[in-house]
Design a protein around this ligand. Structure first.
Ligand SMILES: [Zn+2]
Ligand SMILES: [Zn+2]
Length: 155
């Protein structure tokens, strides 16, 4: 599939991912738990220009982080649903919340990170990479995804 449609709860924000993401994180860190009110967040890392916005204009809301690095959560201006994040003020890279896709089962996490704060009743799937904290993307990402990220960072 070459397009993944999604949107907020009220329908004002509608978007499509126009390709598969570079990589998908399931993050069990305390920031993500707090910000979602849940056990983890599912973030699809993708180039900003591969998100086609069909309606609405998500608003950036800065949030404090444990690391001190900037993090803006983009939310629907009407209902407040978080649709994606900008970590580190990198305008060409977005972390799209997989749960806002019309079919969240279409994209699975490639890695589980910050499992040191994983809630104890969450069982990690067999055969998936998992790390107590962050990880070395150069070792884990497919070459094509590394090339895509290189293009994003150098531009
Ligand atoms: Zn909305
Ligand atoms: Zn996190």
């Amino acid at each position: 599939m070459d397009a993944y449609p999604g949107g907020c709860a009220c329908g004002v924000v509608r978007y499509r991912l126009t390709s598969v993401p570079m990589f998908v994180h399931c993050c069990h860190c305390r920031d993500c738990q707090r910000q979602t009110g849940s056990a983890f967040v599912l973030n699809a890392l993708i180039e900003t220009n591969r998100i086609a916005i069909d309606s609405g204009c998500p608003e950036a809301v800065p949030v404090p982080t444990d690391s001190g690095r900037p993090h803006d959560i983009y939310r629907c201006p009407k209902c407040g649903t978080a649709v994606w994040s900008d970590y580190g003020h990198r305008p060409k890279l977005r972390f799209v919340r997989v749960g806002t896709l019309d079919d969240p089962s279409a994209i699975e996490p490639d890695v589980h990170i910050y499992t040191r704060s994983r809630l104890p009743w969450i069982a990690l799937p067999q055969g998936k990479s998992a790390f107590a904290e962050y990880y070395d993307s150069a070792r884990l990402w497919p070459a094509a995804s590394l090339a895509r990220r290189q293009a994003v960072m150098s531009g």
